[in-house]
Design a binder for this molecule. Structure first.
Ligand code: GLV
Ligand code: MN
Ligand code: MN
Length: 399
């Protein structure tokens, strides 16, 4: 690649990420910016201000997805889109999702300051509620946009306090006018941290995912009989938490037992009445099952003795081969090492891929840690991945 070709301003990308990290930042150096919280509103306000500063055409849809467009010479052609999410886990990191939004922003800043015009419109997006921690399932914003969830169903989703997605969206002022409906997209690139240990371990800089594992989320309810912790003999108990504990161990044993490429997690548990001297009678816990093999994922839940509800189910994603090869080729042209892989983490790219050609770009996560406060990625890697994104966008936008 010609050294005079445009490049990302790594220093500006770093300070953009650092500025966002102050909104909802935790004392432990991480992020607590749940979807549609006050912190999410502040981050959105700042993001919109940044879009304005580079004269993008801004639109906000009914799901609060925020788009900024730089019109192409042929504005009627399907656009090239890139972005990710600004919401975070309860004690998450500074990069998950944020790198994809700020990387795309940086790419658009470079196009503007270098006065680079493109044939197609280039647009950026911040998807609403990617994490799904507060309002499950995950990726509600991109899921509605892609036509996979009903908008009003999404509005009715409650958080643990019973607050509804729609009300909270309205409250923070981000229930927009534009229909939350897919528009023609020529190519979607999502730039993200790997969130796993592979790239660091093998010493490669750019991860090129060929797809994403399928994911199923369940809620499981276990009922018992509450009673006094003292006088109730051990053989006269019906302890919901003990039953749930046995199930949690079984969930953990599933991947080894089924002999397949699968991971299982119980991450959330609610115990009632949650008093040290009452035998628990109501427990709810979550199960997250992921595999490239959708049938394996389905079989894993068969025979569960408790009441169970599927909260979310998304089959495995196979990205567009042309765009995957474009990511790989671009990384090589820029002189970065690359590695073909599969994403274990879910991304909005999974829903976008169902309606438009899609690919992702990964950079290494230090220590393979993510969804934790110490989540980190070297600034040079952030810059490298953003350069790959910039040139993938440019090539697609001039097709
Ligand atoms: C998304 O953050 C996921 O759970 O993989
Ligand atoms: Mn993410
Ligand atoms: Mn995440």
């Amino acid at each position: 690649m010609n050294p005079r070709d445009p490049r990302i301003n790594g220093q500006r990308l770093k300070s953009t990420i650092e500025e966002l990290a102050r909104i909802g930042g935790t004392p432990g150096g991480g992020m607590h910016r749940l979807s549609l919280s006050d912190a999410d509103k502040k981050a959105r306000d700042l993001f919109v201000q940044w879009l304005r500063e580079i004269d993008l055409e801004i639109s906000i849809d009914e799901m609060g997805n925020i788009f900024g467009e730089k019109p192409g010479e042929k504005a009627d052609l399907p656009m090239v889109l890139s972005g990710s999410h600004l919401d975070t886990q309860p004690f998450g990191g500074r990069f998950d999702g944020i790198l994809g939004v700020t990387g795309a922003l940086e790419a658009l800043r470079v196009l503007r300051e270098s006065r680079i015009e493109t044939r197609r419109t280039v647009a950026i997006v911040n998807w609403t509620d990617e994490e799904g921690t507060r309002f499950p399932p995950a990726m509600l914003g991109s899921g509605v946009w892609a036509g996979r969830f009903d908008r009003d169903w999404a509005y009715s989703r409650p958080d643990v306090q019973g607050k509804k997605f729609g009300e909270e969206l309205e409250r923070i002022g981000y229930r927009g006018q534009a229909p939350a409906r897919k528009r023609p997209v020529h190519a979607y690139f999502e730039y993200h941290i790997e969130q796993g240990p592979v790239l660091e371990k093998i010493g490669k800089r750019i991860g090129v995912p060929k797809g994403i594992l399928g994911i199923t989320w369940y809620d499981v309810w276990v009922e018992g009989k509450a009673n006094q912790a003292g006088p109730t003999p051990m053989d006269a108990r019906n302890d919901a938490l003990v039953a749930a504990a046995e199930m949690v161990l079984k969930v953990n044993e599933l991947p080894a037992k089924m002999g397949g490429n699968m991971v299982t997690t119980v991450g959330e548990i609610y115990n009632a009445p949650n008093s040290r001297n009452i035998i628990p009678d109501r427990v709810r816990f979550t199960v997250d099952i992921r595999s490239w093999d959708d049938s394996l994922k389905k079989r894993a839940a068969e025979g569960c003795p408790a009441r169970m509800e599927v909260i979310w189910d998304i089959p495995h994603t196979v990205f567009d081969l042309n765009l995957v090869q474009r990511v790989e080729k671009t990384a090589r042209q820029l002189g970065y090492s690359d590695h073909s892989m599969v994403s274990g983490a879910g991304h909005d790219a999974a829903y976008v891929n169902q309606v438009a050609p899609t690919a992702m770009i990964f950079v290494p996560s230090m220590g393979g840690r993510s969804h934790v406060e110490v989540e980190n990625t070297a600034w040079e890697d952030c810059e490298a991945g953003a350069n790959v994104l910039l040139h993938c966008l440019l090539e697609s936008a001039n097709e």
